[in-house]
Design a protein around this ligand. Structure first.
Ligand SMILES: *Cc1c(COP(=O)(O)O)cnc(C)c1O
Length: 400
């Protein structure tokens, strides 16, 4: 066998060095092994844990009606859809779910994507091209940034929620798209949508909102960040949402005018060149959407837990962020500090994951605490008691 010349290290050697560098910076990630379904009480790495880190805000991921709909769906439709939507993978279940999502979001049509990541890649790259400008909030989800990169449009990332900066930046360019999270996934705050809508209108850009963390949760009917602000299709023509968070299943959709949906069917590559999700999954989502809409107590319970947590945390002098949502991050600063806090909580049987760069900017590593309607008052209090015991030695730095 020929030896690898020393000037060209083997992939194993080179990658091991990279991994060791991540370890040295406290940026190495590992997967925990969960036993059983997504719910507050779960086995993690063989130990019982109370979890505060899922996106199952309404507690629908393990709901008996949703499970039954998935099982019945599989009996009726089999498992695999067997083809892309444009071949023969588009079932009546997919169609019914698209119609329900269109009605739910108050728009003429909706289109299902396999995942939120794929939806954002497909939507942005279908709508913007080489000579266009796309404006995105600095804290947008990675899939929105990747969508702009894939489109090869010129991408301008404006400072987080800074509408004055956006206004200045956009003044000198013919903007095609302004793209923002509705609820920022790692911060829990809301985008200034009314101001963004005004800027979009004045500049002729289209506003696209990714409401992965707002839908189901915000607004009296759970219609999300837009309902919270009283905005409709006129102000926000392109609404994207995911189904794997508050709705507890899997997948994503975009809702908007007929012409938008038809354009995406013709040209969104992550829609065209992939297999349709199982029809049974659409049946499950139809069930969870119905529960999310009808059971207002889930949103009310969640609001109660957010209030209980924030009041308790303020009493402890914790440095909370300005979040009215179930995402309640606790800034640690360094990645080491975030990991140390997470480990201290884990030793008390509480699972709260540390979020580190590059998911968040350097110096703003944090615990991303998330609350669910299926937590109990005692669960929240147990979390607060454990947070009170954390060594909060390091003063939390302000955001850059
Ligand atoms: C989770 C998330 C996505 C990705 O959705 P998936 O269905 O998990 O691929 C997109 N945007 C935001 C803001 C998210 O939080």
């Amino acid at each position: 066998m020929e030896q690898t010349p020393s000037s060209h290290p083997s992939p194993e050697t080179e990658l091991r060095l990279r991994l060791e560098a991540l370890q040295a910076q406290s940026l190495y990630r590992r997967r925990r092994l969960r036993d059983g379904p997504q719910q507050p009480r779960m086995g993690i790495d063989g130990r019982p844990m109370l979890s505060f880190c899922s996106n199952d805000y309404l507690g629908l991921a393990n709901h008996p009606e949703v499970i039954a709909a998935l099982c019945d769906g599989a009996r009726r439709w089999g498992v695999g859809s067997g083809a892309a939507h444009l071949v023969n993978g588009h079932s009546r279940s997919h169609q019914a779910l698209e119609e329900s999502l269109a009605e739910f979001s108050g728009r003429p049509r909706a289109l299902l994507f396999s995942t939120g990541y794929m939806a954002n890649l497909g939507i942005i790259s279908a709508l913007a091209g080489r000579n266009d400008w796309v404006f995105e909030d600095r804290f947008n989800h990675a899939s929105l940034l990747d969508g702009a990169l894939l489109s090869r449009a010129r991408l301008c990332r404006y400072p987080h929620a800074d509408t004055q900066a956006l206004q200045r930046l956009i003044a000198s360019t013919p903007a095609r798209l302004i793209v923002t999270d509705g609820v920022f996934s790692m911060d829990g705050d809301l985008a200034p949508l009314p101001e963004l809508a005004a800027i979009a209108r004045a500049s002729g850009a289209w506003l696209m909102v990714d409401d992965a963390h707002g839908l189901g949760v915000l607004g009296p009917e759970g219609r999300g960040t837009l309902e919270h602000f009283g905005l409709g299709p006129k102000e926000v023509p392109i609404l994207m949402g995911t189904l794997g968070k508050a709705f507890g299943t899997f997948g994503a959709f975009v809702a908007g005018p007929e012409e938008l949906i038809e354009t995406l069917i013709q040209s969104a590559r992550s829609y065209l060149y992939t297999t349709a999700t199982p029809p049974a999954l659409a049946e499950a989502t139809l069930a969870s959407l119905a529960i999310a809409r009808r059971e207002h107590w889930r949103r009310e319970r969640l609001a109660e837990w957010i209030e209980r947590f924030r009041t308790g945390a303020a009493r402890l002098g914790l440095n909370l962020m300005d979040s009215p949502t179930p995402i309640q991050p606790l800034l640690a600063g360094s990645a080491e500090q975030a990991l140390a806090w997470s480990a201290a909580l884990e030793s008390e049987g509480l699972l709260v994951t540390a979020i580190r760069p590059p998911t968040v900017p350097a110096g703003t590593a944090r615990l991303r605490i998330t609350l669910s309607a299926t937590h109990s008052a005692e669960d929240i209090d147990r979390l607060l008691a454990a947070l009170a015991r954390l060594p909060l030695a390091e003063p939390t730095p302000s955001r850059p």
